[in-house]
Design a protein around this ligand. Sequence first.
Ligand SMILES: Nc1ncnc2c1ncn2[C@@H]1O[C@H](COP(=O)(O)OP(=O)(O)OP(=O)(O)O)[C@@H](O)[C@H]1O
Ligand SMILES: [Mg+2]
Length: 427
Amino acid sequence: MAQSNKDDHQGAFSAGSEERVTVSSVPISRESRVAVASLRVEAAWLDRLVVAACEMPVASGEAAVVEFLVRALSEIFPECGVGACFVPQPPPSASTPDLHPTEQRLFKYVPEGEERRAVGMDPTRLFPGYQFERVLDVEAGATTLHLASDDPQLEVDGSPMMHVVRRGVLAMSRGLAFARVHARATADARELRALSSHMMQAEKLASLGQLAAGVVHELNNPLTSIVAYTDWLIRKQGPSGDPDSIERLRRIGESSTRILRFTRDLVAYARPSSEVPVLVAIHNVIEQALAFCEHVIAEHGANVERVFADQLPPVRGMPEQLAQVFVNLFTNACHAMPETGGRLGVSSTLAPDGRVVVAVEDNGHGIAGEHLTSIFTPFFTTKGDGRGTGLGLSIVRNIMDNHSAEIRAERSPEGGARFVLMFPSGT
Ligand SMILES: Nc1ncnc2c1ncn2[C@@H]1O[C@H](COP(=O)(O)OP(=O)(O)OP(=O)(O)O)[C@@H](O)[C@H]1O
Ligand SMILES: [Mg+2]
């Protein structure tokens, strides 16, 4: 009578039990030595199994390990049907298992010419054509090893054949664990390489920033001269001077003063933060950041809309760091904007609990729902070709934390992005 025997004898070597047995933890008593000696296991079987265990292709993944050991066991027992039903385990970090469908894979080997024995309608068996089929758990609920034969030895738990098969199960279980460790280590190494290349890019940008700050600093002296001499020339023209020339000189003076102010602010911004909190009028910081971003805003043809509350209390903080927050937010907004008709909205309100709330929103492509939590993670960027290091918002979050302030990202009503910043009142 054909029968399938789901193996539930969890012996010392059973790999399916929750408490996994490792080779070193298996006690070797005198009795067990005598028992094994009286088993009369063929040395060739054990030799083949030991070689297979040593050569398991753990670097090629779990399925390859299962297939390899099934093949090795089918070579040890050429007259049997040997197979496995393998269900890959979802990665431990997968929060939504549905995204990682666990697809079952079957591996079957039967002696040549006996292929018909491995087909049939019985869903609990891989080899319905054999009289006996043992099913051993390799990993509970996931992978099973199947051995089918017409030999009743298969039904005897203590038989030499089952002795070898159980060791095959143990090898497979360890092989699967090693394959998983290997896959995790490979993924970690890949991530580390990506991080290190991001770090290099960030370092490069930081040194470029220092160079730029140095160059800007050098511009200060000639600019100061231009402003001073323009002023002198205007005064020299006197009240009866040529109005056209005076107007031109006035424009030169105005433009130079603007560049001078900008370069001074930029150098102050690049200077390491003073780390001493002071009372800051948030609108001034926003205006300064908008001035820094004038170029990127103009480049994207964006229209800046300010809706500022009257009479906002000051916040307590480090002005350069706060400017850095808004520079990052304005730059990101500009990068996301459409080519024409870009809108950058900055608004401020006083919350009923006394906090100062600033919202920065744009009408760009917005942030995909699944990215809303990752955007503050260091090195997360959707800007390809090395255009973004992904550090901007993580720095913003750090600065906000330093100020005991909060920031959250959401979708703006127009579909763009909106960042809401909440600062405790400084007074
Ligand atoms: N206003 C925005 N609109 C749409 N997506 C945004 C916006 N702001 C940020 N993002 C998304 O958040 C990601 C992370 O932003 P973050 O400023 O940290 O890095 P980055 O801009 O990509 O690079 P970096 O600022 O270091 O040059 C961006 O790549 C983008 O996908
Ligand atoms: Mg950015």
